[in-house]
Each structure stands twice: as C-alpha cells, then as structure tokens.
Design a protein around this ligand. Structure first.
Ligand SMILES: *Cc1c(COP(=O)(O)O)cnc(C)c1O
Length: 454
C-alpha cells in the first residue's frame, strides 16, 4: 500500500499577490445596479458599508493585487496550506485516476474563510473602522471574522441564522471565544428582523434575512462597516491564494489537473482554487475542466435564473447579475448550512454563462457517504459543505475507472467537519433526508425577481 503524499511549500512561498480574473475575461462582468435608479452603482453608494480599498478591489481589472505585509504575516499561521495526493482513496476506489486535494481546514477556525476575513479586517482597520457587522449561516464565516477581528482589534457583531444558532452552539461559543458577539437572526434589533418576526415569530431565519440585519446595522451606524464572507468579487480575489499555491504544488507533483472541483455556496472556495487555473486556460490555452458542486436542495447554478437580483431578503443591497433562486426563496433545511444561499457569486455566474465552468447538483446522503469514505481513507473528516466536492471528485475517479483511463483530479477540501459531527451522527442513524426544494416556492420567488431593463 503506497502512502498518501503531502506537497508542502516553504513559508516564503505564500503568494505576494492575489490573482484577479477580471483581467483575463473575454467579456467584462455586468455591473451592479442601484435598485432605485437602475443605473450602475458608484463607489459612493458602497462607502457606508465598505472601506475604499475593498471597493477598489471589487471593480479592479489589474491582474495582480498585492497582499499587504500584515495580512501575509497572519496567513503564516497556517499558509501555505498543504496539497495532498489521496493515494489511499485512489486504492480504495481502485481507480486509475490521480486524486489531489488542497486542504484549507488547517486554518485556526477550520476553513478557507479566514483567507478573506483577515484581509477584510486589515483594510477596515487601515480605514479607521473599529466595528464590523456580518451574518453567518452555519457559523464558519462568523467564527472566521471573529478570529480576524481579534487580530486587528475590531469589534465583531454576527447575526447568525436562528436554526443554526440553536443547532450549532459550539460555533457560537467559538465566536465568543474570539471576542465577538453573536445574535440569533431574525432579531428584534433591526427593522429587517422585526418585520420578519411580525409575520412569523418562529421564523428559522435564512442567510438572506441575516444579511439584511447586518447591512442595516452598518448603514445606520457611522462607526460600523459591513463584511461579507462570499459572493463579492473582492472576496473571491482574496481566496485565490488557494489556487496560486495549488498551481505551484501541482507543478511539484509533476501533474496538470484535467479536472478542478470545488463545492459552491456563494462560490468563494471554488473560485479560490479554480480561478488561477482558469487564468492559465485563458492566457496559455491550458486545457482544464472546472466543476462547481452545489447542493440539490439549493441549486442556484443548475436551476436558478441568470438575472439581476438582490443579495438579501430585505432588499437593502444593490442588484447584482447572478444565477439566483430568488431573494425570497428559503431553501429546505439540510446540513451543509454554508451552501444555503439563494444566489451565486456574479463572477462565478458570469463564467458559467461564458462556458468556462460546469456545475452539478448533488444530494446530501451521497455526499456524506463520500465524506465517510474519504475520512476512512485519508483521515480528515470533511465539513458537510466540502463533502459535495468529495462526492464529485469520487464520481470523476469512478468514471475514469469505467473508461479505463487515467485522469488527474484536483479538488478543494474547504474545511474540516469537527463542529458538524451531529450531521454525521444523523447520517449514520439514517435520519438525513434528501429533501427537494419546493418547486412552487421556487417559481414564486423567481416570479418576484426585480424588473430590470435588459
Ligand atoms: C462557507 C463554506 C463553504 C461555502 O462557501 P463558499 O463561499 O461557496 O466557499 C464551503 N465550505 C466550507 C468549509 C465553508 O465554511
């Protein structure tokens, strides 16, 4: 039995710049629009929420954006992250495919999210901001921003989707350990939260509602900015440290990936791994298939409409063009809370329209089955979100076996599942349902999309 192989980079190989895919696009990204005027928004529209440095990154078309020294210094705690060849998994599957994975669970909060949380905390502190408000679903983003806030002296307030707040107490305690405040959403603290509670006092909450609450707090308080953990182009930009390192590590391994896979909620870990490879494809005509793996219960890329929509339920955000299930769509409960968002990053949506990426939707039971097989072969217990990427990687390896041909598969293991063992317990006891979303509710939400001149 040959052992799994780990490809490590020395500390000085932490990337010095993030990669901005906007520089290499064959067609530019459709701009965000002001919901009142229908005209493209300008920096002033965003300045109540974000520091200018991040607003500039949001619209930048420079290929390389320098990573500030203090951000690289914090990255040193866990970066460069390891890339592994999953030899034991290959053997368990008896596949001729080579399976590689980049492991982002080595960060202190346990996922890829600190890659952007640290950068966002840094730029806000540089701009003199002392408080950040944000939302979190399953709690990974909230705990990542809480961690970053502790390093840069920023007070962090997190609106956590109520069902997760109740189901995942340890994530909340982790946020509190880092010094953040965590409030179940919908809450009585905001107009957006009160409006939902008036309709439904027992509302389980949703990411869209929690975003409205966090945005409202930042908009109404001059000393507070807002921070988002996925979807926006500057967030995807920060995550490209993953793929830049992986390019170098695949070179060490002596293989170019035929397929690159990431799970996709808002699209940030997927983009972080994939964009540098897509950049090579665009500039150097390197061939690579890129697959976004999304949950069948919340399938924005495969079943949503490509249209301008709000990022939140309360309609406080600008309109962005994305694959969306409608901002009023509330997905059924399932365990990968980090994938329960109605939209997909505009940049990921744009690449899908351009035919540069593929998408597939997977159900949670087969995902957990893949997660367990991965844990038994490779030792790492994947986060429920990450099991979506594991599932699709295993399916690619099995397809290679079927065809009797080798292929190189690279996927992003976006985080570990140590705070999600209840989800595994439910899977083992047969309690996990593969619930479909409600088609009528989806049609109603799509029917309520804002009207925007094409
Ligand atoms: C939040 C999260 C995701 C989903 O978010 P993306 O922006 O789509 O990456 C995936 N995996 C893990 C471990 C997460 O914490």
């Amino acid at each position: 039995m040959s052992d799994s192989v780990k490809y490590l980079l020395p500390e000085d190989r932490i990337p010095r710049a993030w990669y901005n895919i906007a520089a290499d696009l064959p067609q530019p990204l459709p701009p965000p629009l002001h919901p009142g005027t229908g005209k493209p928004i300008g920096p002033d529209d965003l300045s109540p929420l974000f520091p200018m440095a991040l607003i500039a990154q949001e619209v930048s078309t420079e290929r390389e954006v320098e990573i500030p020294g203090p951000v690289r210094d914090v990255y040193k705690l866990w970066r460069p992250a390891p890339l592994y060849r999953a030899r034991r998994l290959e053997q368990a599957l008896d596949t001729p495919a080579r399976i590689f994975y980049k492991y982002e669970g080595v960060s202190p909060p346990g996922s890829h999210k600190p890659n952007t949380a640290v950068a966002q905390a840094f730029y806000n502190r540089e701009a003199g901001v002392r408080k950040l408000s944000t939302e979190t679903g399953a709690g990974q983003w909230g705990s990542s921003l809480a961690f970053a806030g502790a390093f840069f002296g920023i007070e962090v307030k997190v609106y956590m989707v109520r069902v997760s707040y109740q189901q995942k107490p340890y994530r909340r305690v982790l946020m509190e350990t880092y010094g953040a405040t965590c409030i179940p959403s919908p809450s009585n603290e905001t107009d957006a939260g009160r409006a939902i509670l008036a309709q439904d006092p027992d509302s389980p909450g949703s990411l869209g509602i929690a975003i409205s609450e966090a945005v409202e707090v930042a908009a109404k308080n001059a000393d507070t900015n807002y921070s988002l953990g996925s979807v926006l182009s500057h967030v995807l930009l920060h995550q490209t440290v993953i793929g830049i390192e992986a390019l170098e590590q695949m070179e060490m391994a002596g293989h170019w990936p035929d397929v690159v896979i990431g799970c996709a909620g808002g699209g940030s870990n997927f983009s972080g791994l994939a964009f540098p490879f897509i950049g090579k494809k665009l500039r150097e005509k390197k061939d690579v298939r890129v697959i976004a793996a999304e949950p069948a219960a919340c399938p924005s890329l495969t079943r949503g409409r490509y249209a301008y929509d709000f990022g939140d339920t309360g309609h406080l955000t600008p309109l962005v063009k994305m694959h969306t299930l409608g901002s009023t769509f509330i997905p059924p409960a399932f365990h990968a809370g980090g994938l329960r968002y109605h939209g997909m990053a505009p940049m990921v949506s744009h690449l899908k329209e351009l035919g540069l990426i593929e998408a597939c939707a997977v159900k949670q039971n087969p995902c957990f089955e893949a997660g367990v097989a991965f844990a038994r072969a490779e030792g790492i217990v994947p986060a429920p979100e990450s099991t979506h990427a594991v599932r699709v990687a295993i399916d690619e390896a099995l397809a290679a076996k079927e065809e009797g041909k080798a292929r190189n598969i690279l996927f992003n293991l976006s985080g570990h599942g140590h705070f999600d063992m209840q989800a595994y317990a439910d899977y083992f006891s047969g309690k996990l349902e593969d619930r479909d979303y409600d088609e009528a509710a989806l049609q109603a939400a799509l029917g309520a999309l804002p009207k925007v001149a094409a």
